[in-house]
Design a protein around this ligand. Structure first.
Ligand SMILES: Nc1ncnc2c1ncn2[C@@H]1O[C@H](COP(=O)(O)OP(=O)(O)OP(=O)(O)O)[C@@H](O)[C@H]1O
Ligand SMILES: [Mg+2]
Length: 201
């Protein structure tokens, strides 16, 4: 049996990752999972890093994300790929590079090494980057205020980081316009994934 494929959704807050990951996973009958939090350990880590009462230094955050990812690969991703299932994950290694690397300014090659070590080299076969202008994301986030909490400049660095990562690795990344209705974006994602699959065979 051939190994399944790992497709990761990436992008800033409210770019539509969770919505589109669920759509694509349902269409392709793939295993749907997410980071942080795809496992019981990951759920606990997710609550910790999102808890405003818990202080987490940038490197501690990076290592907690790596611990989450190690468990996620061991418990969910690697077994699914080995049985031949495709996996769609809502965030993966690129989130660490974009948020901790570009956003917080941590050493990117160290982040790469930590992620590679934590995953045993299990990388995404395809990364779908959902691109939405900050104003659209802000409108979708209304009432949640998370964007404001972290600061516009931080989010601008994260977006720039994602664009740089996509430009560096065009065979493995597709940038999809995330504006428009859920159906419109889902159709763009489907086209992009189909094109990528055709290019692989
Ligand atoms: N194409 C769309 N048009 C309008 N609203 C959308 C669209 N896609 C998603 N939304 C809504 O915008 C919000 C954010 O979407 P979603 O949760 O999928 O984004 P996300 O990238 O997973 O965000 P987060 O980074 O916070 O997890 C949700 O309320 C969702 O219902
Ligand atoms: Mg989400």
């Amino acid at each position: 049996m051939s190994r399944g494929r790992l497709i990761a959704f990436e992008g800033g807050e409210a770019s539509g990752k969770s919505t589109q990951a669920a759509r694509l996973a349902a269409e392709r009958r793939a295993v749907l999972t997410r980071e942080p939090g795809g496992t019981a350990l990951g759920g606990a880590i997710r609550r910790l890093v999102l808890d405003p009462a818990v202080s987490v230094s940038p490197w501690a955050e990076a290592l907690l994300m790596a611990a989450d990812r190690a468990q996620h690969v061991a418990e969910v991703i690697a077994p699914a790929l080995a049985r031949g299932d495709d996996v769609v994950t809502d965030r993966y290694i690129p989130s660490s590079l974009a948020y901790q690397g570009y956003g917080r300014g941590l050493d990117k090659s160290a982040l790469h090494r930590i992620s590679a070590w934590a995953t045993g080299g299990v990388d995404a076969d395809l990364v779908v980057l959902l691109d939405v202008p900050p104003a659209v994301a802000a409108a979708r986030l209304e009432g949640r205020d998370r964007m404001e909490a972290a600061g516009a400049e931080f989010h601008a660095r994260v977006s720039e980081g994602y664009r740089a990562l996509a430009a560096d690795d065009p065979d493995r990344w597709v940038v999809v316009d995330g504006e428009g209705s859920v159906d419109e974006v889902a159709a763009r994602v489907r086209d992009a994934v189909d094109k990528w699959l055709a290019s692989q065979s």
